[in-house]
Design a protein around this ligand. Structure first.
Ligand SMILES: Nc1nc2c(ncn2[C@@H]2O[C@H](COP(=O)(O)OP(=O)(O)O)[C@@H](O)[C@H]2O)c(=O)[nH]1
Ligand SMILES: [Mg+2]
Length: 442
């Protein structure tokens, strides 16, 4: 996500970042590099102009140039301004105080509307505990209804559909009636798109909007299309009107032009970001976190939230109890491994830690190593997992064979595990292991 932009901006700032003293010339040079980086990222020309002017004015302020660490201050200013550019504090959906909240989704064909409907449904269910229904109003492609039914079910939402023989405005009206009668918290209306902006599409969306009186109209735009996405948003804004943006396919967007321009051009904030084909690749868009991620300052908040979601307090307390009583087994170890892996690919997680992004570069964390560990533990019997001391040579050979690894891999894991247990024992007895012990894992 935003890799190219991120690299270019960090390069543009690398010179000033470390500098103890800055001159106006240094600032001008950095601003030129930032302007180029943004234009290359396909950020709207006018937006780039306003942005660099704002950064420059603040950076040239006496309090910055004369401060102890002017370089860091400039980086902070760029980060602040990027945050402002993407919408400041950002916002979540607004729910109706009572009754069914209606969300209408619009956008071009292929922008990711149907996928986003299901992802949003899942998000609202999991994060807000809402009972969500989806209305299938894309009647132009038979497959579109089936697709919504399928992803809607995966998301745990009820899907209202009437095939493709009725007109979408009637279906929307009927679905809203059902949602109200069935006391659904939220109704998300999926609509059809066209390949390009056309009046017919706009009029249909406007009619559905009039009929259902949605609390929020969300425009789904494909980040990979850069400036085109922004133009589409401008056209929709002028003809139908919308309240917020769902930016999709950020996983394939190295440049970030749409993310940086859409708020400034349309005046509407990005509410959600979609970052992959899977239903859980969806998150609220936080301009401040995003700007820090782009500048390589890490995104600790998102990381913490991810961890909290995966690891509830009860589990944490249970784990602590086991460590204290020295009952931590291979099964618990496997559990921990699952918890970590549920959070997503390790490389992605590490990138959210400040300073790690740049260090990692193109390095890939070897997920296969984790696969091997998992395979070895699952090849153990229940007894072996609880009581590793019974692991003699023949048992180890059997495990190696069962897991498709070799005896030395099994030996290594067993050794690491017993070292880990030792550290835990010391911790639980109130002794602090020395740093070198920790480093060696003993
Ligand atoms: N990589 C990636 N693919 C996506 C994302 N969102 C949707 N897609 C894919 O884009 C294609 C079109 O999505 P769809 O929801 O059918 O678009 P619609 O025509 O607007 O309803 C599908 O193949 C989706 O799997 C995303 O965030 N990342
Ligand atoms: Mg669709």
């Amino acid at each position: 996500m935003f890799d190219t932009l991120s690299e270019r901006l960090q390069a543009a700032l690398s010179d000033v970042r470390s500098r103890g003293k800055l001159t106006e010339d240094d600032i001008n040079k950095a601003m030129r590099a930032i302007r180029l980086a943004l234009l290359e990222a396909d950020v709207n020309f006018q937006v780039v102009k306003t942005f660099t002017a704002a950064v420059k004015e603040r950076a040239l302020g006496a309090d910055v140039l004369e401060s102890l660490n002017p370089g860091q201050q400039v980086v902070k200013i760029v980060s602040d301004e990027l945050t402002q550019l993407m919408g400041g504090a950002g916002r979540d959906l607004v729910f109706a105080p009572s009754g069914t909240t209606v969300i209408l989704m619009g956008g071009l064909q292929g922008s990711g509307k149907t996928t986003a409907c299901a992802k949003l449904a899942r998000h609202l269910r999991e994060e807000h505990g809402k009972d969500v229904a989806l209305a299938a109003c894309d009647v132009y492609r038979p497959a579109a209804v089936d697709q919504l039914v399928k992803v809607g079910q995966q998301a745990g939402a009820t899907v209202y559909e009437q095939g493709t023989n009725r007109n979408p405005v009637e279906i929307a009206e009927w679905a809203l009636g059902r949602a109200k009668a069935e006391n659904r918290d939220v109704l998300i209306v999926d609509t059809s798109g066209r390949l390009h902006i056309d009046t017919e599409l706009m009029e249909e969306l406007a009619r559905i909007k009039k009929q259902t009186n949605p609390h929020d109209v969300l425009l789904v735009v494909d980040a990979m299309t850069g400036q085109d996405a922004v133009n589409v948003a401008e056209a929709f804004g002028g003809q139908v009107g919308f309240d917020g943006v769902v930016l999709t396919k950020l996983d394939g967007d190295a440049r970030g032009g749409a993310a940086l321009s859409v708020k400034a051009v349309t005046g509407k904030p990005i509410l959600y970001a979609s970052t992959g084909e899977k239903l859980d690749a969806f998150e609220r868009f936080h301009p401040d976190r995003m700007s820090q991620r782009i500048l390589g300052m890490g995104d600790v908040m998102t990381l913490v939230e991810k961890a909290e979601r995966q690891f509830d307090e009860k589990q944490a307390a249970e784990l602590e109890r086991k460590i204290r009583r020295q009952e931590f087994t291979f099964d618990d170890f496997l559990d921990q491994l699952h918890q970590i892996r549920k959070m997503g690919p390790l490389t992605g997680l590490l990138k959210m830690i400040p300073g790690m992004g740049a260090q990692l570069g193109n390095m890939k964390v070897d997920e296969r190593e984790l696969d091997r560990i998992q395979a070895i533990i699952t090849s153990m019997t229940k007894e072996e997992r609880t009581n590793p001391s019974i692991l003699n040579g023949s048992r180890r050979r059997r495990i190696a064979q069962g897991s498709g690894t070799n005896v030395s891999a099994v030996n290594q894991l067993v050794k690491q595990f017993s070292q880990m247990q030792k550290v835990m024992r010391q911790l639980s007895q109130g002794k602090t292991p020395s740093l070198s012990q920790l480093a060696r894992g003993r």
